[in-house]
Design a binder for this molecule. Structure first.
Ligand SMILES: Cc1ncc(COP(=O)(O)O)c(C=O)c1O
Length: 418
């Protein structure tokens, strides 16, 4: 972090946008899959947030779509290091250079992560961190802006200090109480970061052969992620199209809490309609631009990512031991019953209707599984039909991945479950 200067503020992204002089009539391209704080920093400066779609494997902003969304009014790109892992900054920076755009790196989730030998937040022109309650370094509310350009950082400081009598700003600076809390968080931060990275790598190696949950793709050049979130895509085709909510409920019964995270992309929230009626937008942008803004709120990859996301709040569970990670893996894909979860999902949908099994709290997957086999729903004929249906499925996951069949009638008999 050569020569980096730091400004502590609760409004890191907004101070960056303002310090760059971006405002009414300007456009900033960012991700729809982020906290509303990203978008609101652009809106508060009365610029137009233009959203690019995502890369489906990394859940990060897609540089190709960023380039497609550039217009003569575009002033900056605000890429987000989603989950705390680096987005494709090499391509974002190349696009910014080609089109002479500024880059504000939203590393609000990316503390201590590293990309191509640089800490996240130092890859763009200005880097922004959040210390809001949920973050891996937290002080309630707060954030920081870092950058190497002295003049630009001076403007950041001025914006957060009521404009310092020379430009427009307000009181965005962080309080000393918050700073004191923050200092206490710094101790052990690197150690916790290393544990999260070790555990994330372990989980990813264990889940590699399990096609139903696909961990976030990391870009080449990713030395480490921050692992604010450990993100996975739930592929329901491997669970006979069972709803993600059922899967999450079944895992919760095993004591493993996965979250669907952001319910819908920010392109689907009411602010998109609200701004179209605001005089500052109708005055500063021609009607055809605002119509195109509306037409461009079609971001199907983001919609899919929202529908499939199953993530672990990494700052808690990912600080455990490797044995804790085994517990997570065993709940998702139990070692002695490697296909229990899938079998359960298949059973729920294929025998006796959709709600054969009530996934109630405190019932483990294994208990429910045995209950099905021992109880009302289980008949060998139904299971035979299930095995056949699974065999006939378009993409039998076990074939594609070289596994044995999920369950065999012989195994069921041998286990005395018929
Ligand atoms: C990716 C991302 N961007 C921006 C923000 C906003 O940060 P703050 O709440 O510190 O303004 C957050 C916080 O949740 C975030 O996760």
């Amino acid at each position: 972090m050569r020569n980096n200067r730091i400004g502590y503020t609760g409004s890191e992204l907004l101070c960056s946008v303002e310090a760059m002089g971006i405002g009414a009539g300007d456009e900033v391209i960012t991700s729809p899959y982020t906290d509303m704080g990203t978008i609101s920093s652009i809106l508060t400066s009365r610029a137009l947030p233009v959203m690019a779609d995502l890369d489906p494997a990394s859940f990060q902003i897609d540089p190709a779509d960023v380039e497609r969304k550039i217009t003569p009014a575009t002033k900056a790109i605000m890429p987000v290091d989603m989950g705390g892992q680096p987005c494709n900054m090499a391509r974002i920076n190349a696009i910014a250079k080609k089109h002479k755009l500024r880059v504000i790196e939203d590393s609000c989730q990316g503390h201590l992560g590293e990309y191509q030998g640089k800490k996240l937040g130092t890859v763009g022109e200005l880097g922004c961190f959040s210390f809001q309650t949920s973050k891996t370094i937290a002080c309630g509310e707060g954030g920081a802006v870092i950058g190497n350009d002295e003049a630009l950082m001076d403007r950041v400081f001025s914006v957060m200090m009521n404009g310092s009598h020379r430009i427009i700003g307000t009181k965005y600076r962080m309080t000393e109480f918050e700073a004191a809390l923050l200092l206490s968080q710094l101790e052990g931060a690197k150690e916790r970061f290393a544990i999260r990275n070790r555990n994330a790598a372990y989980l990813t190696s264990k889940l590699r052969k399990f096609p139903g949950l696909v961990p976030q793709r990391l870009y080449p050049g990713t030395t480490s992620g921050s692992y604010y979130l450990y993100m996975m895509a739930y592929k329901k085709e491997y669970f006979n199209n069972a709803d993600r909510s059922k899967f999450l409920k079944a895992l919760a019964a095993e004591g493993i809490e996965l979250s669907p995270y952001i319910a819908k992309g920010l392109h689907r929230e009411p602010w998109t309609e609200f701004i179209l009626k605001q005089p500052v937008y109708t005055k500063m942008f021609p009607p055809e631009r605002l119509k195109r803004f509306r037409d461009q709120l079609h971001l199907p990859v983001c919609d899919r990512v929202c529908d499939e996301m199953a993530m672990i709040w990494a700052s808690g569970p990912l600080l455990g031991t490797l044995a804790d990670m085994d517990d997570i893996v065993n709940a998702i894909a139990p070692a002695d019953f490697p296909t229990t979860t899938q079998a359960l999902m298949q059973l729920q949908l294929l025998i006796g209707g959709r709600d054969v099994v009530d996934v109630s709290p405190g019932t483990t997957i294994r208990a429910m599984f045995l209950q099905i086999f021992n109880g009302k729903a289980a008949t060998l004929a139904a299971l035979a039909a299930l095995v056949k249906l699974s065999d006939d499925a378009k993409v039998p996951w076990w074939k594609a991945n070289g596994y044995p069949r999920p369950f065999d009638l012989g195994d069921i008999e041998a286990a005395g479950l018929n």
